[in-house]
Design a protein around this ligand. Structure first.
Ligand code: FE2
Length: 241
């Protein structure tokens, strides 16, 4: 009898990911787990599903400039963000769910936790979108460049522009949550969340400007390939908001 092909997803390699306790990122000190991690044996149900309901995702969900459904268009610099989702062998991860969320062009989230931030909301911008990778593992979003925003980690702290990404992978047990940054952002070297990832893996979270992605008279373009596990995996996100 042929053995069924079962992929094993071990614990993430923490040499590539942020430590749970990273004092420069203040809130990690208060909430990091202080007991040893417990390994859970992965069985077929963890590695094959069930996954979210892919069928309910529409093409419009991937355009954050219009998916608020108001008939208007979000304010800000329109961009296309695209790339491939790859596994540890460099193989494309097809038909997987990607969800993103971000601040608007003024650096404000459409979320009650951000209601004290004195930056304007954009009624035409929800700040969230989703899509499914195609057969080559390619995803593609249209959105706007998120603004930097202040946060109370240290004096005059500003997060660099970033887009939060959740990549489901083949099953719920493989979900990766991380952040995408923009190359050349002067706030990157000052950001404790970005810097909590080890130096050798930080750049895996940085998207590059790609002129081939740009659309004339419409949008500039960024490319970001995401490796969801293995030695080249994008570092995980320790942010709680
Ligand atoms: Fe954020």
């Amino acid at each position: 009898m042929t053995e069924p092909m079962v992929r094993h997803y071990g614990p993430k390699a923490h040499t590539d990911h942020p430590p749970f306790n990273y004092p420069d990122y203040r809130s990690t000190v208060l909430r990091f787990p202080n007991k040893d991690m417990v390994s859970i044996v992965q069985t077929l149900s963890e590695t094959t599903g069930p996954g979210p309901a892919w069928t309910e995702i529409a093409e419009e969900d991937a355009d954050l400039t219009t998916n608020a459904g108001t008939g208007g268009t979000a304010l800000g610099q329109r961009i296309i963000v695209t790339g491939r989702v790859l596994d540890e062998n460099g193989e494309p991860v097809a038909n997987t769910l990607i969800e993103i969320w971000q601040a608007n062009a003024s650096g404000r989230y459409a979320h009650w936790r951000d209601e004290d931030h004195p930056a304007p909301l954009d009624p035409n911008f929800l700040g969230a979108g989703q899509c499914i990778t195609d057969g080559e593992g390619v995803y593609r979003f249209t959105t706007i460049v998120p603004g930097p925003y202040p946060w109370p980690n240290h004096r005059n702290a500003w997060r660099p522009s970033h887009i939060h990404f959740s990549i489901m992978g083949p099953a719920l047990g493989t979900r990766l949550v991380t952040q995408m940054y923009f190359e050349g952002d002067p706030l990157l070297p000052l950001d404790p969340i970005y810097n909590s990832a080890p130096p050798h893996s930080r750049e895996r979270m940085v998207a590059s400007y790609d002129h081939d992605v740009t659309e004339e008279n419409w949008a500039t373009g960024y490319r970001w390939d995401i490796v969801i596990r293995g030695p080249l995996a994008a570092p995980t996100d320790q942010e709680d908001g």
